[in-house]
Design a protein around this ligand. Structure first.
Ligand code: NAD
Length: 308
């Protein structure tokens, strides 16, 4: 029996990303069984028709295909292989890990689950909370091709799928590369916007020029105009999770013997932001560190409107 055909899916991790992704699966007609340590997050999905499982093990005893959207690599490994983990549920066949877990932990998860006859499709996502809500995420997947084909229809509800290789861990490496580029763009755009503001340039005009020119990037198009200039800092990705991504990327550089000088500097800026604002603060708060050093704020016209 194909779990994709019977339209029953288990979903563990109902946070900023997991809740909208689970919601899209419900909207597409999938029957969901959900699990999270946050009872409120579970209740919100149960109110939309999902069933609740008491633990990953209980969930894996009732569903064949299980999606994960969990914060940290150690959590993913525990949810998979721990005493109350998926490995001990008799029905589980395919685990799709949508989290950013890093290649090493993903390989550990895949090895441990394979011993129980469970295959892992490594499938981290890019595109933020907005992409998760609209179904416009970029999903990069690696793992056994036949298992990938089986879960493809459900994953297609979440965004654009790209198959990157046949081993779990490969998609994680791809994801770390993407996120390093994205956070580096935010870091340098933040620093240069602070320079412009201090020199007397208007913030909205700077963004207009950058986006019409060769400096255009994902921060200048999206994060800075939508979440920094209005001073809302609510992009929806926690500094602590971004710091994890950057650490995992630099760990991989060490393991592969590849220098990453610019990436190491970006890590320092993230560490400063995390120390100042806490791991739960929004990633876009990073600019406030540079603003503090320079004694100037990067504020757009939209900030005035929101305040007024
Ligand atoms: P989040 O912290 O909002 O959500 C994580 C969820 O996992 C929470 O609901 C938490 O209660 C639950 N959880 C933690 N430990 C658990 C356990 N042992 N058992 C069951 N549930 C548990 O994180 P998020 O922003 O939704 O990110 C999820 C993953 O997606 C992360 O790996 C992140 O790096 C990645 N990601 C996030 C974004 C983004 O913009 N937020 C974008 C792309 C990828």
């Amino acid at each position: 029996m194909s779990a994709a055909n019977d339209k029953e899916i288990g979903f563990i991790g109902l946070g900023r990303m997991g809740t909208p992704m689970a919601g899209r699966l419900i909207d597409a007609g999938y029957g969901l069984t959900v699990c999270d340590i946050d009872e409120k997050a579970v209740a919100a999905l149960v109110a939309r028709g999902a069933k609740k499982a008491a633990s990953p093990k209980a969930l894996a005893a009732s569903v064949g295909t299980i999606f994960l959207s969990l914060p940290m690599p150690d959590v993913v490994v525990t949810v998979g292989l721990g005493a109350e983990g998926i490995a001990h549920g008799a029905k589980a066949r395919i685990v799709v890990d949508l989290s950013t877990t890093g290649p090493r932990a993903e390989e550990t998860l895949a090895r441990g689950l394979k011993e129980k006859g469970i295959e892992v499709i490594d499938c981290p996502v890019s595109g933020g909370v907005a992409g998760a809500s609209k179904g416009t995420l970029a999903l990069m997947a690696s793992g056994r091709r036949d298992c990938y084909d089986e879960v493809n229809p459900a994953l297609a509800c979440l965004g654009k799928l790209i198959y990157v290789g046949d081993k779990p861990g490969m998609a994680q490496t791809m994801k770390l590369i993407n996120n390093m580029i994205s956070v580096t763009a935010l870091a340098i755009t933040s620093e240069t916007m602070v320079l412009g503001a201090k020199a007397g340039l208007d913030a909205d005009t700077m963004i207009e020029v950058i986006n019409a020119g060769s400096g255009r990037n994902s921060a200048s198009v999206d994060k800075i105009p939508k979440f920094v200039l209005p001073r809302t800092f609510d992009f929806g990705f926690a500094l602590g999770l971004s710091a994890k991504d950057i650490k995992l990327c630099l760990d991989e550089c060490d393991a592969q013997g590849v220098p990453m000088i610019v990436g190491s500097a970006v890590r320092q800026l993230l560490t400063a932001a995390k120390a100042q604002f806490g791991a739960e603060a929004d990633l876009t708060s990073m600019i406030k560190v540079v603003e503090g050093w320079a004694g100037v704020e990067v504020t757009g016209k939209a900030a005035g409107k929101k305040a007024g």
